[in-house]
Design a protein around this ligand. Structure first.
Ligand code: NAD
Ligand code: UFG
Length: 331
């Protein structure tokens, strides 16, 4: 298959490109480089022996998307591109709706024009909202207690995709709801390397490990969990990338929705313990108050992806920490 990856030089896109190229597929990476670097293209070539095509461009440039889709004879699109910082989405909601929702509309229009109707979309566990019971099941109601504009954009896009698929035959769409991607490629060549100040746990652990920030703030040790810290479903990014291949291979008419997670919750203290054991050193940290809008425990029901896609995670939290240490040159 020839597959367009929007956001293809980003964290999850680049790992998915590697797995697709290794599976013998052709890929075209499209990205405006607002949160990634063009040097990722050479790193992907170093890992796979194949240089992916790269097209610099913006989702908001409809003409660029149309010419991209008419130029390449594509079999499918995997749509990663978008903005993902929760805090920034609260302060800049218009930017988030324009980029994530508006950008997706441009992409869908360009796909229709080019008669490409096969799409995998990067959604998020955030669409379930804070009132959902664990494990989060794909059938749980979505969109009812989302706490930020970023999450709203994912929910709105999911609704748009349902409407588009219902409007005409031919669409084959998989919505993948990611839980908490962590880790990097075991080669140490590509990984999570966000611009600016990160919000998420692992990029912050990496910054503390590199001495760029003095300590990790732990957002509460009074959650109703075994050790009092927050619990999440941390999925190795290589497992996550492989989930996209499974979804592409099993696409059927209409819209299918799958959680991509491990099915097990691990705590913030467990993440730190794994990191410290593999790094052989302590991670400076301090317990502070809970983060506004935070949730105690989140993990996925994974039976649907296992049964219908034949996909399940294989890598562990320790694998993710080992690969992170390699990526930051501390292995
Ligand atoms: P990322 O920021 O590393 O990758 C996104 C890429 O999109 C970046 O390379 C960025 O430069 C590009 N981009 C942004 N705006 C663009 C635009 N207007 N036009 C073209 N390119 C643009 O993020 P990621 O972690 O790889 O996330 C990929 C997708 O997965 C996103 O849609 C994100 O919302 C979703 N997701 C991520 C997580 C996570 O924790 N990483 C969790 C759930 C869902
Ligand atoms: N945490 C800390 N200190 C930090 C950062 C995080 O203790 O400095 C804790 C959080 O309280 C939480 C856990 O680490 O218990 C994970 O936090 P992240 O911010 O890494 O991830 P979240 O699960 O809170 O949220 C992220 C995205 C959401 C998305 C969700 C699932 O920000 O938009 O993953 O995809 F919905």
């Amino acid at each position: 298959m020839k597959i367009l990856l929007t956001g293809g030089t980003g964290y999850i896109g680049s790992h998915t490109a590697v797995e697709l190229l290794r599976g013998g597929h052709e890929v075209v990476l499209f990205d405006n480089l607002s949160n990634s670097k063009e040097s990722v293209v050479a790193k992907i070539e170093e890992i796979t022996g194949v240089r992916p095509e790269f097209e610099k461009g913006d989702l908001l440039d409809k003409a660029a998307l149309s010419s991209l889709l008419s130029k390449h004879r594509l079999d499918a699109v995997v749509h990663f591109a978008g903005l993902k910082a929760v805090g920034e989405s609260v302060s800049q909601p218009l930017l988030y709706y324009a980029t994530n929702v508006g950008g997706t509309l441009n992409l869908l229009e360009a796909m229709r024009e080019a008669n490409v109707r096969t799409l995998v979309f990067s959604s998020s566990a955030t669409v379930y909202g804070e009132k959902t019971a664990v494990p989060y099941d794909e059938k749980a109601m979505t969109g009812h207690s989302i706490t930020n504009p970023y999450g709203e954009t994912k929910h709105v896009i999911e609704e748009i995709l349902q409407d588009v698929a219902a409007s005409e035959p031919g669409w084959k769409i998989a919505i993948l709801r990611y839980f908490n991607p962590v880790g990097n490629h075991p080669s140490g060549l590509i990984g999570e390397d966000p611009e600016g100040i990160p919000n998420n746990l692992m990029p912050l652990v990496m910054k503390v490990a590199r001495g760029e920030i003095p300590e990790l703030e732990i957002y509460g040790d009074d959650w109703e969990t075994a050790d009092g810290s927050g619990v999440r479903d941390f999925i190795h990014v290589v497992d996550l990338a492989r989930g996209h291949i499974a979804a592409l291979e099993k696409l059927t008419d209409g819209v299918q929705i799958y959680n991509l997670g491990t099915g097990a919750g691990r705590s913030v203290f467990e993440v730190i313990e794994s990191y410290e054991r593999l790094a052989g050193k302590k991670l400076p940290r301090r317990v502070v108050g809970r983060r506004p809008g935070d949730i105690g425990v989140v993990y996925a029901a994974v039976e649907k992806a296992r049964d219908e896609l034949g996909w399940a995670t294989e890598l562990t939290l320790d694998d993710a920490m080992r690969d992170t240490l390699k990526f930051i040159g501390q292995d």
